[in-house]
Design a protein around this ligand. Structure first.
Ligand code: NIG
Ligand code: FE
Length: 404
């Protein structure tokens, strides 16, 4: 969403997490024209620069605006009944194989108009904004026809116009096999490659293409065809991979220069090496891990050892992660995956931005877009330590203060 230029604004005495590190001393932050115009450690600020600037805040913790780099925010209906089934011992895969799971949301989403999808999705978007999100990715994947996938992407783009937030869109046509293609998965992949991707690219509706590489979804060979089609149309590549088993989907995605491989609980060392070699970001989704009561941990130590950047996202979706609270993801990533609070915060800012191919976002540095959060806490680690809505004092988007 583009906004008119904002006035000069000044924040003083903030503890600053810049997207990678916490600055050692309180900082003064100057924002002008929608960008970070200056950063000074306490005492180093030239007061003449304050003339004409609006004093916008003092104290607290400032972070980059949060980047939620993996969401399925646009959908109709809900899957509370499947939640109950899973609690009784039926697995996510069994529900999917019986025609529920993703396909149950596909039925509801196909039946919904664009307007109905907007109405259903806005409260979820507002929950993310209230917890500090200034950029998010929204995937399609519950339409599974050309028309319904484009409908979802149009709704995603529209959400970015209705609220002050940056929305990047991802075509996830290869999310599940629609019932009308039962037994003809290769034909469905042809539809994705020859019709969906070209149509989404022609209309400028997708920034990236994603696949679900899994036994209950698509094989590596089928995903590879999708990656080739994405490349032909100049779209970035992402993959849901190694969520329930190890099929080598992450390494395959990395070979195609993917921005990210997401979930990756079952990723092995060779897969980690492939991500490292390609500069592909590992996106951790602790909400899905938690909701599926998964026990296989993602290979965090190997990712650290090979220097693979780790991003964190909500994966907000009706099945595996009906959660619209990024700071809860930070808490879960620390408690369940043993990330440090600093790693968790970098995962929701600098590394998440990289997973979207937008390394200009998720950092507080001079010249960066002024997407910022001012939190009522004393130290950044508190954002991962406590689960407590309402601590966001200001959300600054493109230099303008607004919660919405
Ligand atoms: O990220 N893994 C596949 N896709 C989603 C879940 C979608 C759904 O269950 O509706 C995920 O977990
Ligand atoms: Fe997902």
């Amino acid at each position: 969403m583009s906004l008119s230029p904002q006035p000069r604004r000044l924040w003083r005495d903030v503890i600053l997490f810049d997207g990678l590190q916490v600055q050692p001393t309180p900082m003064t932050v100057l924002v002008e024209g929608g960008q970070v115009a200056g950063l000074w450690p306490q005492g180093a600020f030239d007061e003449r620069l304050a003339v004409g600037a609006s004093e916008s805040g003092r104290g607290g913790v400032m972070t980059p605006g949060l980047v939620d780099c993996h969401t399925h925010l646009v959908y109709a209906g809900n899957r509370a009944a499947e939640f109950e089934q899973r609690l009784e011992g039926v697995s996510y895969s069994e529900i999917a194989q019986a025609g529920g799971g993703i396909l149950s949301t596909v039925r509801a989403t196909r039946a919904a108009s664009e307007e109905q999808l907007i109405v259903a999705s806005l409260p979820r978007l507002d929950a993310l904004l209230a917890d500090g999100v200034t950029t998010l990715e929204i995937k399609s994947g519950y339409g599974l026809t050309v028309a319904d996938e484009l409908k979802m992407l149009r709704v995603a783009r529209r959400l970015g116009e209705l609220r002050p937030v940056r929305v990047l869109t991802t075509l996830l046509g290869a999310h599940a096999l629609p019932p009308e293609y039962a037994g003809r998965a290769d034909d469905y992949i042809s539809l994705v490659c020859e019709e969906m991707i070209p149509a989404a690219a022609a209309e400028g509706l997708a920034d990236a293409v994603d696949v679900f590489c899994e036994g209950i979804a698509f094989s590596p060979a089928q995903c590879e065809r999708v990656f080739q089609a994405a490349q032909r149309h100049g779209l970035a590549i992402k993959a849901h991979a190694e969520q329930l088993s190890n099929l080598g989907g992450s390494a395959l995605a990395a070979r195609y220069g993917a921005l990210s491989a997401d979930h990756i609980e079952y990723l092995d060392e060779a897969g980690v090496q492939a991500l490292a070699a390609a500069g592909t970001v590992a996106v951790l989704l602790p909400g899905a891990f938690h909701c599926l009561r998964e026990t296989q941990l993602p290979p965090i130590d190997l990712l650290r050892q090979y220097g693979v950047p780790m991003a964190l996202a909500s994966d907000a979706n009706p099945g595996t992660s009906p959660i619209c609270m990024p700071t809860l993801m930070a808490n879960l990533a620390c408690s369940l995956f043993r990330l440090t609070p600093r790693e968790a915060l970098a995962g929701m800012t600098a590394h998440a931005a990289r997973a979207l191919g937008r390394p200009d976002l998720g950092r507080i540095e001079v010249g960066a877009p002024a997407d910022l959060c001012l939190w009522d806490v004393q130290q950044p680690a508190e954002l991962a330590y406590a689960v407590q809505p309402g601590r966001l004092r200001q959300r600054i988007f493109n230099g303008a203060i607004s919660y919405r």
